[in-house]
Ligand binder design. Structure first.
Ligand SMILES: Cc1cc2nc3c(=O)[nH]c(=O)nc-3n(C[C@H](O)[C@H](O)[C@H](O)COP(=O)(O)OP(=O)(O)OC[C@H]3O[C@@H](n4cnc5c(N)ncnc54)[C@H](O)[C@@H]3O)c2cc1C
Length: 323
C-alpha cells in the first residue's frame, strides 16, 4: 500500500484538495485521506470570497493571497465551474480609510469618492475579487484530481502518524481537527453563521465590517445571496441560531433594502480553523512513526479560500526541498 503513493494529504477541504492537486501536477502519486466527503467539510460552507478576513500582514501571507488571487482570476477566465470575478464595496465607518495591506494583490482597488458614500459610512474601497461557489468548485477539484490518477480514501484517522501507512510524505490539511490529530490546541473554532436568500438581482458584494451590531456582508452568487455573518471564537455549536439569523437578515436588509422580502433558502453554520498566531505552514522537524516528511498546512481561519492556492504552492516547494 505504502509504495502506491509518494504523498498523502490528510483532509479534503479546500486546503487539502488544492494541495493534493499541486503535488500531483508536480509529478507525485497522491492520495487524499478524509473523514468527511468534500461536500460536508467546513470549506463547503464558506462564502468563499477572496478576502483576508482577520488575517494579519506577513510577507508570506501577502504572497499566498496574491498567488491565490491570480490563480482564481485565471480559472474564472478559463470558465472553471463556480469561479467568477465579483465587484465589491467595502464600506467603512471609522476615520481611517487607508488602503489595506493586501491591496497590492488586486489590480483595481480604489478609495470610494465622497459622492459614492452615504451616512452612516465615512468612506470605503471598491475592488473586484474572485468569488467561488463551493458546491460547484469542490467537485471540480476532486474530479480533476481523480481524472489525473489521484485517490480519495474515506477514512477517519486517530493520529497523524497513521497516515504514514499510505506514503512516506504526509501533508496535514485537517483544519480544526489538528487539535486532536497532533495536539495543537492553539487551533480553535471561529463559528460562522450564514443565511442564504434568493437573489433579487444583486451583482455587487457589499461589506460593512465595522458594524457595531456585528460584521455584515452580502455576497451575490449565481442563484442566491450569502448573508453574514458571525465570527464567534471558541463556539462549537453548529446548530443555526434563529436569533442570529434574524439579526443577520436585519443588518443586511438595512444595508441593502433590495433584500427585503427575499425568500430565505437556507441557514448554514461552519467552524473556521482559527489560530491566534496564523497559518501553520512548515515542515515538522520531528515527523512521528514511519513518516519521512510531514508538512503542516492548517489554521487558515476565515481566509482558507483566499490563501489556498498560494499555500498549496508553498507546500509543494517544501515537499520537494532536499533535507
Ligand atoms: C461561514 C463561513 C464563511 C467563510 N467565508 C470565507 C470566505 O469568504 N473566504 C475565505 O477565504 N474563507 C472563508 N471561510 C473560511 C474557510 O471556509 C476555511 O478557512 C477553510 O474552509 C479551511 O479549510 P480546510 O481545508 O483547512 O478545513 P476543512 O474544510 O474543515 O477540511 C478539513 C478536512 O480534514 C478532514 N479531517 C478532519 N479530521 C480528520 C480525521 N481524523 N481523519 C481524516 N480526515 C480528517 C475533514 O474530513 C476535512 O476533509 C469561511 C468559513 C465559514 C465557516
Amino acid at each position: 500500500m505504502r509504495d502506491r503513493f509518494d504523498a498523502v494529504v490528510v483532509g479534503a477541504g479546500v486546503i487539502g484538495l488544492t494541495t493534493a492537486l499541486r503535488l500531483q501536477q508536480a509529478g507525485s502519486r497522491v492520495a487524499v485521506v478524509t473523514a468527511e466527503p468534500p461536500g460536508e467539510t467546513t470549506s463547503s460552507v464558506a462564502a468563499a470570497v477572496w478576502y483576508p478576513t482577520r488575517t494579519r500582514f506577513e510577507p508570506r501571507v501577502l504572497e499566498w493571497a496574491t498567488r491565490t488571487h491570480d490563480e482564481f482570476t485565471r480559472q474564472a477566465a478559463d470558465g472553471v465551474p463556480g469561479v467568477v470575478m465579483r465587484p465589491t464595496r467595502m464600506l467603512l465607518r471609522g476615520p481611517n480609510h487607508d488602503i489595506p495591506w493586501w491591496a497590492s494583490a488586486l489590480p483595481d482597488l480604489r478609495v470610494l469618492r465622497g459622492d459614492e458614500v452615504r451616512a452612516p459610512f465615512s468612506g470605503g474601497w471598491a475592488f473586484t475579487v474572485p468569488t467561488v461557489e463551493m458546491s460547484h468548485y469542490l467537485p471540480w477539484i476532486q474530479h480533476t484530481f481523480s481524472m489525473a490518477g489521484g485517490t480519495l480514501i474515506h477514512r477517519r484517522i486517530d493520529a497523524l502518524e497513521q497516515a504514514g501507512v499510505w506514503a512516506p510524505v504526509v501533508v496535514n490539511a485537517s483544519g480544526l481537527a489538528t487539535r486532536t490529530l497532533c495536539g495543537d490546541t492553539e487551533v480553535r473554532p471561529a463559528r460562522g453563521q450564514l443565511v442564504l436568500v434568493a437573489n433579487p438581482g444583486l451583482r455587487t458584494s457589499v461589506r460593512d465590517e465595522d458594524n457595531a451590531d456585528g460584521t455584515t456582508y452580502i455576497h451575490p452568487r449565481s442563484t442566491d445571496v450569502v448573508l453574514g455573518g458571525t465570527f464567534e471564537i471558541d463556539e462549537w455549536d453548529i446548530t443555526p441560531s434563529p436569533a442570529t439569523a434574524a439579526a443577520i437578515l436585519r443588518r443586511c436588509t438595512d444595508l441593502l433594502p433590495e433584500l427585503a422580502g427575499a425568500p430565505v433558502l437556507g441557514h448554514q453554520v461552519g467552524l473556521r480553523p482559527f489560530r491566534d498566531s496564523g497559518v501553520r505552514l512548515e515542515a515538522d522537524p520531528r515527523p512521528p512513526g514511519r513518516i519521512r516528511r510531514l508538512v503542516h498546512n492548517y489554521g487558515h481561519g476565515g481566509a482558507g479560500v483566499t490563501l489556498a492556492w498560494g499555500c498549496a504552492d508553498a507546500v509543494t516547494t517544501l515537499v520537494h526541498q532536499p533535507r
